[in-house]
Ligand binder design. Structure first.
Ligand code: FAD
Length: 275
């Protein structure tokens, strides 16, 4: 059997962007992804765009997963939107807490992703295959690595089937996280999230916000390349391909690519891995 890969997209904002994205998806479908997922802006800000792309992916004959964040939502709104996904034939969701922009309170019926997972199981039984987020380098708001692991366990015990990690460039952090999860008696697959490196400033900005460490040896080289995007891409391909090789050889159950709505870097990594 081929090694499982999945691809993540975000909803496009314009009709031109949507038209261009069709070609990106078609290029990636050649790799026979297990599923393609579409992000969902916290507070429901991208709901229409997310569901439209999910529907497009399904109608292209590929299994689609809708991300779904619960922060600030009511039980009624979550029930209504998930009923809509079910009616569309969507069977997989990525259940998240999400982040509201600063200034918003944390009101609403759901405080953590584990509350959402429990609610989905209670309301929809086993209809949805539920993915949750995992953080090998610890979620930035967690009180400690241990409390974050406990939060992950709570999501699995509430009914999650599988997990996708935040991206990272340190395979040891992932392996340790997986070992800790196993030691707690959970055998849920934890699929590493892979972020191809195509730009230096964008990567630094994202990583600061989501708590991913860019190892010093990578950061310094990226900074030294300055505006030389060809060198950044070449170096990024080497680093990320090597990371994927390590993860695969150490037993990672698949690879989930954060494509950033681009196909070139992800395809090149898949080529080099023979996927
Ligand atoms: P949770 O699992 O609820 O954890 C959030 C924080 O609360 C953590 O610090 C955790 O340790 C803590 N915590 C959890 N439970 C408890 C408890 N009972 N007591 C005390 N503390 C607790 N964001 C989007 O807006 N849209 C997306 O589409 C999206 N997709 C993502 C996909 C993946 C694979 C990943 C890894 C992240 C994604 N995110 C997305 C980002 C995510 O929404 C943020 O990281 C968010 O801050 C946390 O969401 P979560 O589901 O991991 O939250």
């Amino acid at each position: 059997m081929s090694y499982p890969v999945s691809f993540e997209f975000f909803p496009t904002k314009t009709p031109e962007g949507a038209a261009k994205h069709v070609a990106v998806r078609q290029a990636l479908y050649v790799r026979k992804p297990q599923f393609c997922s579409v992000t969902y802006g916290a507070g429901g800000s991208t709901q229409a765009g997310t569901f439209t792309m999910v529907q497009d992916i399904q109608s292209e004959g590929v299994s689609a997963a809708s991300h779904f964040s619960c922060i600030g939502a009511t039980q009624d709104s979550v029930r209504e939107e998930l009923t809509q996904l079910k009616a569309m034939g969507v069977k997989r969701i990525v259940a998240l807490r999400g982040d509201l922009p600063s200034g918003y309170g944390l009101g609403g019926a759901f405080h953590y992703a584990s509350d959402l997972v429990a609610f989905v199981r209670q309301e929809f039984g086993d209809w949805f295959y539920i993915e949750v987020a995992a953080y090998p380098e610890t979620h930035p708001q967690a009180k400690s690595p241990r409390s974050d692991l406990d939060a992950f366990v709570a999501k699995v015990r509430a009914g999650a089937d599988s997990a996708i990690t935040q991206y990272f460039y340190n395979a040891d952090a992932y392996m340790r996280f997986v070992d800790e999860v196993k030691a707690l008696g959970l055998d849920v697959p934890v699929v590493p999230g892979i972020m191809p490196i195509t730009s230096s400033t964008q990567l630094m900005r994202f990583s600061d916000a989501c708590g991913t460490e860019i190892p010093r040896w990578i950061r310094l080289r990226l900074q030294a390349y300055g505006d030389d995007t060809a060198s950044i891409r070449a170096f990024g391909l080497d680093v990320v391909t090597h990371l994927c090789e390590q993860l695969r050889s150490q037993g990672a159950p698949g690879l989930h690519f954060y494509t950033m709505n681009q196909s070139v870097a992800t395809l090149e990594i898949c080529d080099r891995l023979g996927l």
